[in-house]
Design a protein around this ligand. Structure first.
Ligand code: HEC
Length: 126
């Protein structure tokens, strides 16, 4: 009887833990912005291959609603500081696939989404 009660507590605790959302999978070697996030998902290098990169729309170099894909004028991710300031909102949008928007044409892969979300959860390290 006591065992059954204990099991119930453990199962309940597992549910509560799960409800808290994803946790950092590798706290000893968390993803870094410079190595794991910026080059593959954010940085705009060649426009032709950069349509889904955040900076295709979110950069001070992109001027005017058309060039920015209607991204808000003040939402620019040219620096780590700018991205880290909104990393939770950004990770949520990446996770639910609202960013980059579908119109950008090149969705992030599941692995990239996982890396972005883990980068945020593990402390949004530079
Ligand atoms: C094709 C253009 C485009 C691309 C590429 C793009 N965004 Fe956006 N972004 C937008 C638009 C338009 C909005 C405003 C509408 C909205 O919030 O959905 C926006 C809003 C946001 C916001 C909210 C900003 C605010 O101040 O309200 C965040 C955070 C964001 N984007 C993150 C990202 C990240 C991270 C990436 C890259 C993984 C990205 N976006 C790629 C167009 C884009």
């Amino acid at each position: 009887m006591l065992h059954r009660a204990l099991l119930l507590v453990i199962v309940a605790a597992a549910f509560v833990f799960e409800a808290c959302g994803p946790t950092c999978k590798n706290p000893k070697a968390p993803p870094s912005y410079a190595a794991d996030v910026f080059p593959t998902m954010v940085q705009l290098n060649a426009e032709s291959e950069g349509a889904a990169k955040c900076q295709f729309c979110h950069s001070r170099k992109r001027v005017g609603a058309t060039a920015r894909g209607a991204a808000p004028d003040e939402a620019n991710y040219d620096t780590y500081e700018q991205m880290v300031a909104v990393h939770k909102a950004a990770a949520e949008k990446v996770q639910n696939k609202s960013m980059p928007p579908a119109v950008a044409g090149k969705p992030l892969t599941d692995a990239q989404i996982e890396t972005f979300v883990q980068w945020s959860i593990c402390g949004a390290n530079p």
